[in-house]
Design a protein around this ligand. Structure first.
Ligand SMILES: [Zn+2]
Length: 111
C-alpha cells in the first residue's frame, strides 16, 4: 500500500490524463507534508526509486485549491522533464512546459 493523499492522487491522475497524455508515472506518491525549510530553493519532488516519484505539498495550502493545484501542476512538470532537465531546474525547458500547460488550459480556473 502506498502512502498518499487520496484527493491529491485523484488530481494527479486527472491532470496526467488531461495535460500530459497520461505519460507521467501512475505510481507517483503524492501527499501533504510540511516544508521544514521555508527558504528551500528546491521543489518538493523527488525520484525515490528509478522512475518512481514522490511529490509533497505543504498542508498550509490545503484550503486553497487554486494554489495547491497550481503547485501540483508545477511539480508534475518537473516529473515530466526529469530526465532532460533534471531535478528542480526552472530553466528554458521548464518555462516552455509551463507555457504549454497554460495554453492547454491547465490553469484556466486557477489564475
Ligand atoms: Zn519547481
Amino acid at each position: 500500500m502506498t502512502r498518499g493523499d487520496l484527493r491529491l492522487r485523484r488530481w494527479y491522475i486527472k491532470y496526467n490524463k488531461a495535460y500530459f497524455n497520461g505519460e507521467l508515472p501512475e505510481d507517483t506518491i503524492v501527499f501533504w507534508q510540511p516544508t521544514h525549510d521555508a527558504s528551500a530553493t528546491t521543489c518538493p519532488v523527488f525520484e525515490v526509486a528509478d522512475g518512481k516519484f514522490q511529490i509533497t505539498l505543504g498542508p498550509e495550502v490545503m484550503g486553497f485549491g487554486c494554489y495547491w493545484k497550481m503547485l501540483l501542476l508545477h511539480e508534475m512538470a518537473h516529473v515530466k522533464l526529469w530526465r532532460t532537465h533534471p531535478k528542480h531546474q526552472h530553466g528554458k525547458q521548464f518555462q516552455v512546459e509551463m507555457l504549454r500547460l497554460a495554453q492547454a488550459g491547465a490553469f484556466r480556473h486557477l489564475w
